[in-house]
Design a protein. Structure first.
Length: 463
């Protein structure tokens, strides 16, 4: 399996080198040169597999023997042994043709655990095998940071620094990151929003000399291993519905801000998963919804919402989709991204826009509708949604087809966002692990939103 850059100037990488590089050296994102294809016979065999078994089959197609199969199996089994559900990502029926795919049964109660438990173990494996120095650098809008830290805390040969926007994550998200007191963990609270944090990360990784000298490794979804791990649960959910007698199209409604979660579904479909529509659910920060419906990709005014993990204006995985939309033409992608840097917008129209709208449907769910959805589902079904999942459920209600199954991705446990739940007078009982966070001491440093301020902290941390 060869990995190449979306901008066409980095190529010839194997899986492990792609994981270590993270952001391509030419500034693009890494993708497989050819997407593995799965046939009907393969899908039929996969339908009966457990989640770890399915993950092994799918990941093996991309790892392509670089990690011996028995060692890859051990990595996967270890990663998902930490989950509270034996099914890892169980599917629950809400009502009629609406299902939720519960992705929050990992250690930090968020869907990011599914990829980051694996990536943390993978980095540890690479460090041991290659005697490599692993300095993980990432930004979070809330969930990635806690999941990444949990995946590598205390592990030899690895240090991790996470940037989060000060005051713009939920209290539980903040506590999950900052109550960790391991020596290999650094939390930086950045003055600004998530887009500022993400920009700093990308610009530091784009400084190839700095990246190589200090062994920087990516934990954000710019790392293809994140996308690969998330692809598995689309197959798993599809098979679960088939195994329970669901017939006809099966659609997916995905709350997304950085385009990584829904891109994983897009990749699954390109591999051969016969899923129906991919419904993209955003909040008021609706750059992706505007792109799908109007063909305009342009950051707008930043909004703080009740679904803060989606409070993102510049989606880091958008470039991967653009690569496929433009016919896998690296030069064309590079020209579009350079124009975006200069002009702050990308537009598509005609056949290209028609293709976008064939690939995705999209809806923006604003704060009031988000809370109303939480309240209605709680009243009608006795099931409590977190605000991000509520956006996905609301979008499914708007765009799902009557009489056809839609799976809404439940991306976090509601206890992580009690600030929103309290607004509609719903009391919830926190899981023991979350309740215990409020009695712990926090460890974080506040920095200004500049590359220089972050770099200074990194140099001290790595010394």
């Amino acid at each position: 399996m060869e990995f190449i850059s979306t901008r066409g100037k980095t190529a010839g990488l194997g899986f492990i080198d792609a994981v270590l590089m993270g952001l391509a050296d030419d500034g693009g994102l890494l993708v497989p040169k050819a997407i593995p294809q799965v046939s009907g016979d393969t899908l039929a065999k996969w339908q009966q597999l457990s989640y770890p078994e399915l993950a092994l089959e799918i990941m093996s197609l991309y790892v392509d023997g670089e990690i011996p199969r028995d060692e890859l199996k051990a990595l996967i089994d270890s990663s998902y042994s930490t989950f509270r559900s034996k099914d890892v990502t169980p599917v629950r029926k809400l009502k009629d043709d609406l299902y939720v795919l519960e992705l929050f049964h990992g250690p930090t109660f968020a869907f990011k655990d599914i990829a980051l438990q694996f990536l943390g173990n993978l980095y540890s494996y690479i460090s041991r095998k290659n005697h490599s120095i692993i300095h993980i650098l990432g930004a979070t809008s809330g969930d990635t940071g806690a999941s990444a830290i949990e995946g590598v805390r205390g592990k030899e040969g690895i240090k991790i620094c996470i940037l989060h926007p000060k005051g713009k994550v939920s209290k539980v998200q903040e506590l999950q990151m900052t109550t960790v007191d391991d020596r290999n963990v650094l939390n930086l609270a950045v003055d600004g929003n998530f887009d500022d944090c993400q920009r700093i990360i990308k610009e530091l990784f784009a400084d190839v000399n700095f990246k190589n000298e200090y062994h920087l490794r990516a934990i954000n979804s710019i790392n293809f291993a994140r996308i690969l791990a998330q692809t598995v649960y689309y197959f798993y959910a599809y098979f679960e519905l088939l195994n329970h007698g669901v017939t006809g199209p099966i659609h997916f409604s995905v709350p997304t801000g950085n385009f990584g979660d829904i891109f994983a579904g897009y990749l699954a479909k390109k591999m051969g998963l016969p899923a129906g529509k991919l419904i993209l659910a955003t909040n008021e920060n609706n750059i992706l919804e505007r792109f799908v419906n109007d063909g305009l990709y342009q950051p707008g005014e930043f909004h703080m919402t009740y679904s803060p993990s989606m409070d993102i204006q510049v989606a880091s995985n958008f470039e991967r989709y653009l690569y496929y939309l433009l016919g896998e033409d690296g030069a064309a992608v590079s020209a579009r991204m350079e124009a975006f840097r200069a002009e702050g917008r990308i537009t598509v129209e005609g056949d290209l826009l028609a293709q976008v709208q064939q690939d995705f449907a999209a809806a923006s769910v604003e704060n009031d509708d988000c809370l109303a959805t939480i309240g209605q589902v709680h009243d009608d079904e006795g099931y409590l949604l977190d605000p991000h999942t509520a956006c996905g459920v609301a979008a499914a209600g708007q765009l799902g087809a009557r009489g056809e199954a839609t799976v809404a991705l439940a991306t976090a446990h509601p206890a992580k966002f009690n600030e929103a739940i309290e607004l509609i007078q719903i009391e919830q009982t926190f899981p023991t692990q979350i309740q215990a966070l409020f009695d712990k001491t926090q460890h974080q440093k506040q920095v200004s939103g500049t590359n220089e301020a972050v770099k200074a902290e990194l140099l001290q941390f790595y010394s």
